[in-house]
Design a protein around this ligand. Structure first.
Ligand code: GDP
Length: 183
């Protein structure tokens, strides 16, 4: 396959510590999950290729650490990014507030046509596997709140589980398709 048939997408992950950013990347890149992941220090860089509409897409993924002491470095990573995943934990309202801040900051500081996905992760924690229904009271951020925030910022919205793989590939495929459409 010729190099001209390959598109590179620089993608950055943003969000509070422990919402599952590294786990989403690990699931996408290695189809793996670790119950007690060591936290990312600073930032990690990984690549993953996939095929979308007969084109090879090479994701160049920057996984930033969620710790506050690194937050002021985040702009170095999203400055030239074509895509951003803003991640929160559906069981942690504080992480959603943080996601709102990141969405606002991206809008103000990133390149104008950045493609953003808002991700409510850890969906498995609110689902009862046997009944297939949500566990009463487990969800702390509603789907409507997520959708509304995404709409306000022109982002797409997904709920995911890095643990079960739910919607993880879909997020990356959606980003790739959106960027190819913009080209
Ligand atoms: P990060 O700091 O945002 O990169 O978060 P990590 O990927 O390090 O994950 C923090 C913790 O949450 C780890 O113990 C993970 O195993 C766990 N975790 C991540 N994603 C999920 C998920 O979708 N479901 C569940 N139940 N746990 C998850």
């Amino acid at each position: 396959m010729s190099a001209s048939n390959q598109t590179s997408i620089k993608l950055v992950l943003l969000g509070e510590a422990a919402v599952g950013k590294s786990s989403l990347v690990l699931r996408f890149v290695s189809n793996d999950f670790q119950e007690n992941k060591e936290p990312t220090i600073g930032a990690a860089f990984l690549t993953q290729k996939c095929t979308v509409n007969d084109r090879t897409i090479k994701f160049e993924i920057w996984d930033t650490a969620g710790q506050e002491r690194f937050a002021n470095l985040a702009h170095l990573y999203y400055r030239n990014a074509q895509a951003a995943l803003v991640v929160y934990d559906v069981t942690k309202p504080a992480s959603f507030i943080k996601a709102r801040h990141w969405m606002k900051e991206l809008k103000e500081q990133s390149t104008k046509n950045i493609t953003i996905a808002l991700i409510g992760n850890k969906y498995d924690l609110i689902m009862d596997e046997t009944s297939g229904e949500e566990i009463d009271g487990a969800r702390k951020v509603s789907i409507e709140e997520g959708k509304q925030l995404a709409d306000e910022e022109g982002a797409v919205f997904f709920e995911t589980s890095a643990k079960t793989s739910y919607n993880v590939n879909e997020v990356f495929m959606n980003i790739a398709e959106t960027i190819l459409e913009k080209m």
